[in-house]
Structures are given as structure tokens and as C-alpha cells.
Design a protein around this ligand. Structure first.
Ligand code: APR
Length: 227
């Protein structure tokens, strides 16, 4: 079976009702990203950061995967599909995709501020005073600006073995995620689905200038037919 690496960003979840980051003048739901998504922001105002993610979590529980998420599940009929997402939502999993790596963490998990390996499922709000078993404050299990991206090495090793690469709905501005493409073999065709594509031309690149809901089912049908 041929291997497909799919790199997704905020754009794939936009039509499910989750706003992207950079389509709104650098503000994220009205906040400077450094106030709500950095270690500095956390030290400065834990309540603000927790409240911000609590709102995102409540919103996530009220939205659904869209046709783009479901189309990627269909690809598994004929390909070995590995999704690497920058998104912290669980919409790929809810659409049924089997192999999903979250580069930037997961909104429906909390972790200890004492032991970063102590991670737990968490669907409610996280509040100041919610402690781990060692009595340290819990925080969202997300990667903030300025923090390491522990899953990147695994993702890079998968990219090295890809026969085909699909990139969906990302501004390709945040590293190391945006550099993942450099690990794929130069011979692998690259498909990029985004209504405002921003990518350096490289090898066999095909740009599909459409939204995820329009472009991904179209691409999946084509790949399943070509096979
Ligand atoms: N379908 C597909 N793509 C879309 C759609 C849509 N309906 N609407 C917008 N887009 C595209 C935009 O054109 C843009 O290229 O989605 C991309 C969104 O870019 P960003 O907001 O920068 O999101 P992303 O690339 O995922 O951001 C990367 O930055 O803030 C951090 O950690 C956060 O994971 C995030 C990372």
C-alpha cells in the first residue's frame, strides 16, 4: 500500500465552525496569541489562559467534523494514511481517521505542571485550583509558542517514508510544522488544498485553490480513482 502523509492546519476545521488563527489580523478570538498561548502568558495570568481554553473546549464539544475530515477517512480504503495535524481539536478522530499525530497537543487533555508526562483526558473546564495527583496545577495539554514540539521527530520519520503528501488549510508559517515537507522524498507528489495558498513551489506540487470541504473530497476521489 502506498503511504500518504496528510498535514493539516486550522483551515480544515474552519467549515466546522472553528476560527483559524491568522485570518483575523493576528488576533485569536480577540486575544494576542502571546497572552493566551505562551509560557509568559501562563505565568502572567493563569485564569485568562484557562478561561480561553475552556471556551475553546466548550466550543469544540459543540461542533462536528466536516466533509473534508470524513473524506480523509475514505482514503484509508486504498492507502496507508498518516495524519499529522497542527490542530488541537479531535475532529479527525471523530471522523474515524485511525492514525493521527497532534503536533501542538490536544484540547481534550489536561496535564500536570509538575510532570509533563502526566496527561489525562479532560472534557470539562480546567480551573485554577484543579491539581494533579502531586498537587500541582493542571494546564491544557497544548504546545505554546516558545515550547518544544515533542511529536515532531516522529512526524519527520513518517514524512521520510511518504509516497504522497497532502497539505490542507495551513498558512505554513509556524515551524517546525511548516518544515515537515522538507523531510518527504523529493519524488513524492504534493497536493496543497487552501483557498489562499501560501507555499514555496517544490517538486511535483499541485495547488487546489479551494476550501477544505470543496477541495478535499475532490482530491480524495481523484486519488482513489487513479489508484
Ligand atoms: N478551508 C481550507 N483552508 C482554509 C479555510 C477553509 N475553509 N479557511 C481558511 N483556510 C486557510 C487559510 O487560507 C490559511 O492558509 O487556513 C490557513 C489557516 O492558517 P493559520 O490560521 O495560520 O493556521 P495554521 O497554519 O494551522 O497555524 C499553525 O499556529 O497559532 C498556531 O499553534 C497554532 O497550530 C497553529 C499554528
Amino acid at each position: 500500500m502506498k503511504r500518504i502523509l496528510v498535514l493539516t492546519g486550522a483551515g480544515i476545521s474552519a467549515e466546522s465552525g472553528i476560527k483559524t488563527f491568522r485570518d483575523a489580523d493576528g488576533l485569536w478570538e480577540g486575544h494576542d496569541v502571546m497572552d493566551v498561548a505562551s509560557p509568559f502568558g501562563w505565568e502572567n495570568n493563569k485564569e485568562l489562559v484557562l478561561d480561553f481554553y475552556n471556551q475553546r473546549r466548550r466550543q469544540l464539544l459543540n461542533v462536528k467534523p466536516n466533509k473534508a475530515h470524513y473524506a480523509l477517512k475514505e482514503l484509508e480504503k486504498k492507502f496507508e494514511v498518516q495524519i499529522v495535524t497542527q490542530n488541537i481539536d479531535d475532529l479527525h478522530e471523530r471522523a474515524g481517521s485511525k492514525n493521527v499525530i497532534h503536533l501542538h497537543g490536544e484540547l481534550l487533555k489536561a496535564r500536570s505542571t509538575f510532570d509533563e508526562n502526566l496527561v489525562m483526558d479532560w472534557k470539562q473546564d480546567i480551573n485554577v485550583g484543579d491539581f494533579c495527583e502531586h498537587n500541582f496545577q493542571l494546564r491544557p495539554h497544548v504546545v505554546w509558542f516558545g515550547e518544544a514540539v515533542p511529536m515532531f521527530q516522529t512526524a519527520a520519520e513518517i514524512a521520510e517514508k511518504a509516497d504522497i503528501v497532502i497539505i490542507i488549510g495551513t498558512s505554513m508559517q509556524v515551524y517546525p510544522a511548516a518544515g515537515l515537507l522538507d523531510f518527504a522524498p523529493p519524488s513524492a507528489p504534493v497536493y496543497f488544498v487552501d483557498p489562499k495558498p501560501n507555499i514555496n513551489p517544490k517538486g511535483k506540487l499541485e495547488i487546489i485553490e479551494k476550501t477544505a470541504v470543496q477541495g478535499v473530497p475532490y482530491l480524495v476521489t481523484k486519488l482513489l480513482k487513479d489508484k
